[in-house]
Every structure is written in structure tokens, then in C-alpha cells.
Write a protein that binds this ligand. Sequence first.
Ligand SMILES: [Zn+2]
Length: 137
Amino acid sequence: MAALEWEELLVSMSHELPQPVKQEPGLDGAVILVGGDPADVVVRLTRSSAVVSEFAVDWEGPHEPVTRPIRFGSVRWRQLESAQALLVLNTLILAARESRRAKYRTCRFCESVKPPEWMHADDVCQTCAETRLGVRY
Ligand SMILES: [Zn+2]
């Protein structure tokens, strides 16, 4: 029984997340990995815990998107045997990704599939709302 090493955890999470993966420094030495473009899943890693969240955006005003990830689970990865830790983390990543993907919508004008924060309405994206419907942002 051996726990994961920090480097090993970083590499595995970068592989398991939807690609491409962006790495950002967090507060207190944490590392934040954001997977997908547009972003789908966020994993926040510290030396003791790993928190898996679904990427989500709230609008505080028409021009103020605020990132508010929805937490799916947190794992004390050092307390687990490495295979178990990875199994739990991978399951959480998949669940967060599916939940996020289920919120994507197809625009009836340009037919592209976009995340909810890029939509003007359920079936019209912001770009088409501006160009086709004359909505001003
Ligand atoms: Zn559109």
C-alpha cells in the first residue's frame, strides 16, 4: 500500500481531465487544473486534498461573469492507496464533466454547441443574439 506522490498526482490529473488542461497557481500553494476549452472540470490540488468541481459561471451583471465551480467531491488523497485515490478522482472528474456537458446548448442559428454562459437564451447563443436579434451586450 503506497499513497500517490505529488508529482504523480499532478500528472495523472492532467491526463484524466478533458483537454487542454490549464494549470493555475492557487492560494496557499494549491495548484488549480482547469480542463477543457471551454472549461468543463476544475481540480484543486493541495498536498493533502484534491477537490473536483464542475466549471460554472454566474453573472453578477451583464458584463460580469464570475467563476463559481460546483463542488463534486473532495478526496484526502494521501490517506488512500494510490489506485483507490485515482479511481475516486477519475470517477468524480467524469461525473463533473457529464453534468457540465449536459448543460451545453445548441444555437438554432449557427448550430454550434456552447456552454450555458455563452448562451443568450436556451436556443440562441450570445453572438447570434447580437447579430441576428439585435440584442446589445
Ligand atoms: Zn449562434
